[in-house]
Write a protein that binds this ligand. Sequence first.
Ligand code: SAM
Length: 194
Amino acid sequence: MSAADRETWDARWSARGVELSEPEAFLTDQATRLAGGGRALDLAGGSGRHALWLAARGYDVTLLDVSPRALEAAGSAASARGLGLSLLELDTDAIDAGAAAFPPGPWDVILCHHFLWRPLFVHAGATLSEAGLLLFAQPTRVNLERHPRPSARFLLEPGELAELAAPLRVLSLSEGWRASGRHEAQLVAARHGG
Ligand SMILES: C[S@@+](CC[C@H](N)C(=O)[O-])C[C@H]1O[C@@H](n2cnc3c(N)ncnc32)[C@H](O)[C@@H]1O
């Protein structure tokens, strides 16, 4: 990611202020699967709406994001709620470039909501715990039929998620128009042999 991209995200998170939006149903609908606690990684987790939902359920959560402003907001929200949260400022491009490591597992949950980073699935296969879960949701190109954003470079091709998920054992995978109004691909997956 360029410095300009980072500034764009920082500016967006500054403009949104400290108010946390609600966690997405994609995550909260998985509540029965997410009762075990353990270590959770919220990748590109923004200002923490999902990380804090997981922390409130007893997970020891690391929130990774490139934006210092997002992390600052997440840290304040965690303190205000009396919840612990580990904050990790990291650009996934640095992982791609070999300049940084994917955060070491084992992870009992890896969540990635609305951030398309295709190497994630290989890293998840290598770092999920035996019973760990990857939860991933991202709009597809079909979303452009109703919404101009996210633009095409941030969208999955229809059917692409099934290919990306090959390093994992798919527990559920679906694509379609959601109650949110977005056309989204959603995946819950585990490690092969787990
Ligand atoms: C659409 S927001 C989603 C935030 C959060 N997952 C949610 O659903 O509320 C995308 C997030 O990705 C982060 N991001 C963008 N590029 C990144 C990169 N290269 N490495 C890490 N985080 C990045 C942004 O700062 C932003 O918080």
